[in-house]
Design a protein around this ligand. Structure first.
Ligand code: SF4
Length: 365
């Protein structure tokens, strides 16, 4: 069995550690690129959302590298993601490409017995015993958590760093070095080392950088290729960014969902504007915008794929939030036709706007 999985931010690093630990071959698709998007768009319905198209490109490129099985997490409620797996399986049958799918759905949807059956399809290919497999899983989860911590710290410190570009450089070399390790234990050591390096970055505490929350559709905000590397660009401008929706947040949220204790803070903050789940992470997006305002951020950027229903609903609520709280929120829609120049211009103009608002406030006081 040669497993692959679609790209989602840094998840491929944790997945690499998991399958190294299990002793199962894991094929990492080439990092998201224009070719993957073009291929994915060619085989996808035109009106389908961007994550679906990029994923199809990932699978095709992974098959070319020898992958024979796709591992995919299941539904996130009443939006198109709930149909991804079925549609993708049908597509590959139709185009005659041999590939199996293992869909890890929530036990609430498929039952605990079926979930274990699906997990067993992977674990029976591992030479390690049950305890060893469980240890590998725990280490992979730990790796994902540390990666998210490192990324959050780097995005925060980029606004205060004395040597411009240092946090971005550390973040990139951290991912490179982590991937060059041969086992999960070594990877954890490398990541812990980078956490310490970030703690030692020289910062100027006297600065008061612009702070922007990155909110929106979960895939688009986590996967840098789909948002045209917006967080990297904001790091270059010396802007502090914060993104609550991360792979480790998703795991925690999914595990807690059956108890209804998931994302309580976000749901509480969204309640005034949107009290019900509308699929995807539309409600969470509203909660994030309100929280960002409460936490003193200067503004928020919402990013979502063209045609994403949950985020269109959130977008329609933002003018009310902006007006009532005097809080700027910019929405950016992405698809395969999005041009970088126009996208960057809008991001730069938004940062300019936030800087001018700051100056106006200061001059009035
Ligand atoms: S949340 Fe939006 S982009 Fe993501 S699968 Fe659902 S409809 Fe598509």
């Amino acid at each position: 069995m040669k497993i692959t999985a679609p790209h989602l931010g840094n998840v491929y690093i944790a997945a690499q550690a998991l399958f190294d630990g299990l002793g199962i071959e894991y094929i990492v698709p080439p990092m998201n690129n224009k070719e993957a998007l073009e291929m994915g768009s060619l085989f996808s319905p035109e009106e389908m959302c961007l994550p679906y198209k990029i994923m199809i490109g990932n699978y095709i490129q992974a098959i070319e590298k020898g992958a024979d099985t796709v591992l995919l997490p299941g539904s996130c409620g009443p939006c198109r993601f709930g149909k991804y797996a079925e549609m993708q399986m049908n597509l590959f049958k139709k185009i005659g490409k041999e590939i199996g799918f293992i869909v890890i759905d929530s036990p609430g949807d498929i039952g605990i017995k079926e979930l274990f059956k699906r997990i067993n399809r992977i674990s029976r290919n591992s030479k390690r015993g049950k305890i060893g497999q469980f240890e590998s899983l725990l280490k992979a989860v730990k790796i994902m958590n540390i990666l998210d911590e490192i990324e959050e710290k780097a995005h925060y410190l980029a606004g205060y760093e004395v040597t411009s570009g240092e946090c971005k450089r550390l973040l990139n070399s951290c991912k490179r070095e982590a991937l060059n390790t041969n086992n999960p234990g070594d990877m954890i050591r490398v990541l812990e080392g980078y956490k310490r390096k970030l703690d030692n970055v020289k910062i100027d505490k006297g600065r008061n950088p612009i702070k922007i929350a990155i909110i929106g559709e979960i895939y688009t905000i986590i996967e840098p290729f789909s948002n045209l590397f917006v967080e990297d660009k904001l790091m270059d401008y010396g802007v502090v960014t914060k993104r609550r929706l991360t792979p480790s947040w998703w795991v925690k949220d999914t595990l807690l969902k059956p108890t209804k204790l998931n994302s309580l803070k976000l749901k509480r903050n969204a309640k005034e504007y949107l009290a019900l789940g509308i699929g995807g992470h539309g409600r969470e997006c509203i909660g994030e915008a309100v929280l960002a305002h409460r936490e003193g951020f200067d503004g928020a950027i919402q990013i979502f794929p063209l045609g994403c229903m949950p985020e269109i609903v959130s977008k329609s609520i933002f003018p009310t939030i902006s007006k009532e709280r005097d809080f700027p929120i910019m929405s950016l829609v992405v698809d395969e036709m999005t041009g970088e120049a126009g996208f960057v211009t809008r991001v730069e103009a938004f940062v300019d706007l936030l800087e001018r608002r700051r100056k106006n406030v200061l001059s009035r006081s």
